[in-house]
Design a protein around this ligand. Structure first.
Ligand code: BTN
Length: 329
């Protein structure tokens, strides 16, 4: 898209770039460059122009458009990034595309969701301009015995991306909540379709929701105790497109190497996990049990010890874990 290419050129140059030079570089007419600049200005970018010098990007906007995300990617990415200003759920959008034969690697990202979905049929708060709502399509044909672990691997990807962009390493609350300052800042929802008989995976969609610019009062009352955002925790404004690009790079790298780097992901996960050596409340089929979380097993399961001394490895599908006093403690 010409608009995205113009944005990229202006960002890279960080100075005046003549319309003619841009048109030669991209291979489109001068008029097309002019139209692209107009569209970027309409999106809020401040672009100044000077006779004989061309255009210069004065100020970017904090938006999640495909062009803005691409401008932060270190390498050209072949797979598509599809942007919605608002949609029901990026997972739902991508599921439809996957069923229609979309290639793997495609990312759907939105500035707002009006039916954002969380695990166990819950809603996911997805306010406009506040977060990153992003889904990616995979069609893994190898490493199938590791598929149940993929959400944990993705937690590592998101944590690494947050660490890279903000300089702060988040914690991971088993199995797939990313936490900072004792509160949840990101959730992950993995959905897939598999052929029952052969075990062939038709598609696997990983949906990631990151709270970036939320204030406490932006969350519904019942979440205010346990949810927060990167800005609120870090006391600064985090750039959403930069973070989305970092997340995409981490996901691409995980999938390119799938599942060969397990030891690396497991090690990162173990270090980041906030549950180990803590008292936890396990919720299994509405039954509540108290235990001490001992360690993360080789399958990203949680080894717990009950009050009577018996031990069990629990898996994410069967239990949900809480601290004994609240979300974390
Ligand atoms: C959870 O915490 O329970 C998981 C939340 C997952 C939210 C993301 S936002 C992008 C994608 N689209 C959705 O509808 N859900 C996921």
């Amino acid at each position: 898209m010409t608009k995205d290419q113009v944005l990229l050129l202006l960002k890279e140059k960080n100075d005046y770039f003549s319309g003619e030079a841009m048109s030669r570089k991209i291979g489109v007419s001068r008029a097309a460059i002019h139209t692209a600049v107009k569209k970027l200005r309409a999106e809020g970018y401040e672009i100044v122009s000077a006779t004989n010098r061309g255009y210069r990007l004065e100020k970017s906007v904090d938006c999640l458009t495909a062009g803005e995300i691409r401008s932060y990617l270190k390498q050209e990415r072949k797979a598509k990034i599809i942007y919605y200003e608002e949609t029901d759920s990026t997972n739902t959008r991508l599921k439809e595309l996957a069923q229609a034969g979309e290639k793997e690697g495609t990312v759907v990202v939105a500035n707002a969701q009006n039916a954002g979905r969380g695990r166990l049929g819950r809603n996911f708060t997805s306010g406009k301009d506040k977060g990153i709502y992003l889904s990616i399509l995979f069609r893994p044909q190898n490493g199938l015995n590791h598929i149940p672990e993929i959400t944990a691997w993705v937690s590592v990807c998101v944590s690494k991306a947050v660490e890279r962009v903000t300089g702060q390493k988040p914690g991971i609350k088993w199995v797939n909540d990313i936490v900072m300052g004792g509160k949840k800042i990101c959730g992950i929802l993995t959905e897939m379709a598999m052929e029952g008989e052969s075990g062939y995976i038709q598609y696997l969609i990983v949906g990631i929701g990151i709270n970036v610019h939320y204030k406490t009062s932006d969350f519904p009352k019942e979440l205010q105790e346990k949810a927060s955002s990167l800005d609120a925790v870090l006391g600064k404004t985090v750039n959403r497109a930069e973070l989305a690009a970092a997340v995409i790079e981490e996901l691409d790298s995980m999938y390119e190497n799938w599942p060969t780097k397990k030891a690396e992901y497991l090690e990162y996960y173990r270090q980041a996990c906030v549950n180990t050596n803590k008292q936890v409340r396990l919720l299994k089929n509405k039954e509540e049990k108290f235990a001490t979380a001992l360690e993360i097993t080789d399958n990203f399961g949680l080894l717990v010890e009950y009050e009577d001394g018996t031990r069990e490895e629990v898996s994410s599908g069967e239990v949900s874990v809480r601290g004994i006093y609240g979300y974390m403690d």
